[in-house]
Design a protein around this ligand. Structure first.
Ligand SMILES: [Ca+2]
Ligand SMILES: [Ca+2]
Ligand SMILES: [Ca+2]
Length: 299
């Protein structure tokens, strides 16, 4: 009797062991997670590049800081939510990844880097349409591929604190429109992701919203990208740097593409608006910013 029980237990252990050795079944959800979490097109970055802007914006209520930058402290886990029926072979995936960072801002113009620090608690979100285009048994990622993506939208985790938003971004190469995005939910086909080469003349136009402006100017608008010398530059609505009409709410920066992404492997272009309330002091915990970020392909 006792021996019989022992044999039964051993058999059970053997079966379990055999189950582990044999490939566990990989689901479509697993394939999609793998595809997205390893794709450079889906990565959302931290907007931590430095800038070289020191000019303009004098004779206004809020001056540009002497220097400012972001530093990522930790990233939340890579979370996906799949909507639609994976059995049908096409679905929309929402990718969420929190970003925890520090915002260093130095408003004391004394030629000494002596910033205060503000806390960044940000949500980055992007939607992606994935489709099963290959053989599910032999193709990478079970045949799943990325078809189109929205911008990565950066917003505050505490949405009640957010008063500044990007409303549109439009990228040109010469007269050619490479990207025209008017909503964070707008999908761009993967084949239409802009391809840029060093030396090309490009221009970004951005519009923004402030729901409760307190200062003049109410915000500062920046581009992050393969820009001259620094990966971040101030955008202008004063007729300079390719800005067609001064004061029309369209902020512009025009530049020759340059690989200034010293710390990054992949190029991207982001529009970034920062509340002047955040920029006018270096002691208050009042970080407020919104951004959209697109990958661009270096060719
Ligand atoms: Ca200083
Ligand atoms: Ca303008
Ligand atoms: Ca403030």
């Amino acid at each position: 009797m006792k021996m019989k029980a022992l044999i039964a237990v051993s058999a059970g252990v053997l079966i379990l062991f055999a189950g582990c050795v044999h490939d566990p079944e990989v689901t479509d959800e697993d394939h999609i997670y793998q595809l997205l979490s390893t794709s450079s097109l889906v990565q959302m970055g931290g907007l931590e590049g430095s800038g070289g802007e020191m000019d303009g914006k004098d004779s206004t209520e809020v001056d540009l800081p002497e220097i400012w930058w972001r530093e990522v402290t930790t990233e939340g886990s890579f979370e996906i939510v799949i909507s639609g029926d994976v059995e049908a072979g096409v679905c929309t995936v929402t990718v969420d990844r929190n970003l925890y960072a520090n915002f260093y801002v130095d408003v004391v113009h004394d030629l000494v880097v002596n910033p205060g620090v503000k806390t960044i608690e940000c949500l980055r979100e992007r939607r992606i349409i994935v489709e099963r285009t290959g053989d599910s048994s032999s193709a990478p990622h079970g045949g799943w591929t990325i078809e189109s993506i929205t911008p990565a939208e950066f917003s505050l985790i505490d949405s009640s604190e957010q008063e500044v938003f990007i409303e549109s971004m439009k990228l040109y190469r010469g007269e050619e429109v490479l990207l025209d995005c008017t909503s964070p939910n707008q999908f761009i086909d993967i084949e239409n992701i802009p391809e840029l080469s060093e030396g090309e003349l490009v221009k970004l136009e951005v519009t923004v919203l402030h729901t409760n402006p307190l200062y003049e100017p109410p915000y500062f608008v920046y581009v992050h990208g393969p820009c001259p010398t620094w990966p971040r530059h101030l955008m202008y609505d004063d007729g300079n740097f390719g800005d067609v009409t001064a004061g029309d709410g369209i902020y512009t920066y025009e530049w020759y593409v340059e690989d200034s992404f010293i710390y990054y492997h992949k190029w991207r272009i982001a529009a970034d608006v920062i509340d002047s309330d955040t920029m006018e002091d270096q002691v208050e915990e009042d970080y407020d910013s919104g951004a959209w970020c697109f990958p661009v392909i270096e060719v």
